[in-house]
Design a protein around this ligand. Structure first.
Ligand code: GLC
Ligand code: CA
Length: 566
């Protein structure tokens, strides 16, 4: 039994105190001049990463991969992609990172493999091949002419691919090149455990587990809800029937024997269901979860279905997760990653790029949970906004385009939506300086487009400017480190009904924090909530100079943020 140390759920752990920097390797830094980010480039930036005040790095997949989904299609779980480097170099990086006090978190992508993985190549050789049942191979319906069921991929399009030689279909809930692994097969589970041991024995400190809630499919693979235009059938595998059995097995046989952390990625997750995975105690399966709900404040489920930004929707989600997990489980806090457009372009304002960037940073990092920061977020990178369909590299963008055409949308309209919705927006190379290719590569051509604003938005310029977002992130993380109230305190929201301000307090053993965050450029009248006298507090963080920080009423400036400690 894990004993809660206090009524405030002060069950301390290093993973709760950690702050994670996410690297999407292809676009981070190119160390050998071929236009593609790599380990050598990452090694050259370790001191920079450390200087932010983060304590861990999560790598989006570094493994050998045909890169059809940029590493989320793994061809060899035990080797590094040659364009990124070698396993030896990875070990060097791991050792270096550890020597600097940075933990390393790998991406575990086992809902599916690449179709170029040896297992899959074997599995399609014949029905009696020992690897055949590593995947979901099924006969078609209607004499084989129709796929085994009506499921559709999450990257719009069919969920099944036909193989002529076997006269069977295989399941892929993502791209065609990402066949789903069959965790019902005990041999597959042994393989997964071996992979976990391999990396843990090498010294890594944990895993972010890709769409891990999808790994158990309902028996018989029944048809999905027919009206779904994409991800049809998902109700048969999101939180599927054997998911807890599988995750417990991975934990009991491997993970719990190491001092490691696990963060499960879980689309469509709600707090009540999440608690079945992450409640602390002997049956806990994962330490934290990446849900998507707060990514839906300006859209309907996915960024491609736009809605005007709605702060109340955003606050409701955050507060709900804060409250439901309190004293029971731990939040993973993020506002950007490689799957979502840049946050300033969405919930903030490109016009008030630095101001709104600071406000957004404060708004989520001061909550209870482990913060994750995505590469480039700390300098306020914004959406890439590519004009032509051909320029988009992401298979999800290409497939979504096709679906929207089918649904009757005009080309120009779809390209408009893509500018704000495509994942490619967050995947452009990190802007290091105002030189050629933003200092990302010495090659003539980087693998992907660089945001035109790099002459202004780059690490070097931010280092020189004491009011930059970069320096603000450093201050914010320092404040979190020095004030346990930010890590472990309880959470209470104020002015819930406000459509423009997000205000909440945190409390721990008499220490208090109040953070005030404006989501508009318009002036808003703020009055300190009952029980707070700002003149008694210390203004610990703000994004504008404040003349009279003790005034209990003030009019906000555009995207103003203030954080007081008491
Ligand atoms: C996760 C990853 C995403 C990937 C998908 C399929 O959502 O974050 O990048 O495309 O899984 O692996
Ligand atoms: Ca390179």
């Amino acid at each position: 039994m894990v004993i809660l140390l206090s009524a405030q759920g002060l069950n301390k752990h290093w993973y709760k105190e950690m702050v994670v920097y996410q690297i999407w390797p292809r676009s981070f830094c190119d160390g050998n001049g071929d236009g593609i980010g790599d380990l050598k480039g990452i090694i050259s930036k370790l001191d920079y990463i450390k200087s932010l005040g983060v304590t861990a790095i999560w790598f989006s997949p570094l493994f050998k991969s045909p890169q059809k989904d940029y590493g989320y299609d793994v061809a060899d779980y035990r080797d590094i992609a040659p364009e990124y480097g070698t396993l030896e170099e990875f070990k060097e990086l791991l050792e270096l990172a550890h020597s600097k006090g940075l933990k390393i978190i790998m991406d575990l992508v086992v809902n599916h493999s690449s179709d170029q993985h040896e297992w899959f190549k074997e599995s399609r050789k014949s029905e009696d091949n020992p690897y055949h049942d590593y995947y979901f191979w099924r006969k078609g319906r209607k004499g084989g002419k129709k796929p085994p069921n009506n499921w559709l991929s999450s990257f719009p399009g069919p969920g099944w691919e036909y193989d002529e030689k076997l006269d069977k279909y295989y399941l892929h809930v993502f791209a065609v090149e990402q066949p789903d692994l069959n965790h019902d097969n005990p041999k597959v589970r042994e393989e997964i455990k071996d992979i976990l041991r391999f990396w843990l024995d090498l010294g890594v400190d944990g895993f972010r587990e890709d769409v891990i809630t999808y790994i158990s499919k309902k028996d018989g693979l029944p048809n999905g809800f027919p009206l779904m235009p994409a991800a049809r059938g998902i109700e048969n595998y999101a939180n599927g029937p054997r998911i807890h059995e599988f995750l417990s097995e991975y934990k009991n046989d491997v993970l719990k024997h190491y001092d490691c952390v696990t963060i499960g990625e879980a689309p469509m997750m709600r707090p009540k269901v999440a608690l079945n995975y992450i409640t602390e105690g002997p049956d806990q399966e994962l330490n934290m979860m990446f849900h998507f709900q707060h990514m839906e404040a300006d859209c309907l489920f996915i960024e491609w279905v736009r809605r005007p930004f709605n702060l109340r929707k955003l606050k409701k989600v955050f507060t709900n997760w804060q409250n439901k997990l309190y004293g029971k489980a731990w939040n993973a806090l993020y506002i950007e990653n490689h799957d979502h457009p840049r946050i300033i372009s969405r919930y903030g304002s490109e016009k008030y790029r630095v101001e709104s960037g600071k406000m957004l940073a404060t708004m989520y990092i001061c909550q209870r949970g482990t913060p994750f920061i995505y590469q480039g977020q700390e300098i306020g990178m914004t959406n890439l906004e590519l004009p032509e369909l051909e320029m988009y590299a992401d298979v999800a963008t290409q497939n979504t385009y096709k679906l929207f055409r089918k649904l009757g949308f005009k080309h120009d309209k779809i390209m408009d939506i893509a500018k704000t919705a495509a994942r490619d927006n967050a995947r452009s190379p990190v802007q290091w300086n105002d030189q050629k290719n933003a200092g990302f590569t010495t090659a003539d051509k980087p693998w992907f487009y660089i945001n035109k604003n790099y002459t202004e938005v780059n690490v070097e310029a931010a280092e020189k400017d004491e009011n930059s977002l970069l320096h603000y992130y450093r201050k914010l993380l320092k404040l979190r480190k020095e004030n346990p109230v930010i890590i472990y305190g309880d959470y209470k929201e104020h002015y819930k009904r406000s459509k423009t301000l997000y205000v909440y307090e945190r409390n721990l053993n008499g220490k208090r924090l109040l953070t005030i965050n404006s989501f508009t450029e318009k002036p808003v009248k703020f009055k300190a909530p009952k029980g707070f006298d700002l003149s008694k507090g210390e203004l610990a963080l703000s994004n504008y100079p404040v003349d009279n920080p003790g005034a209990n009423e003030f009019i906000t400036k555009p995207y103003e943020t203030r954080t007081y400690l008491f």
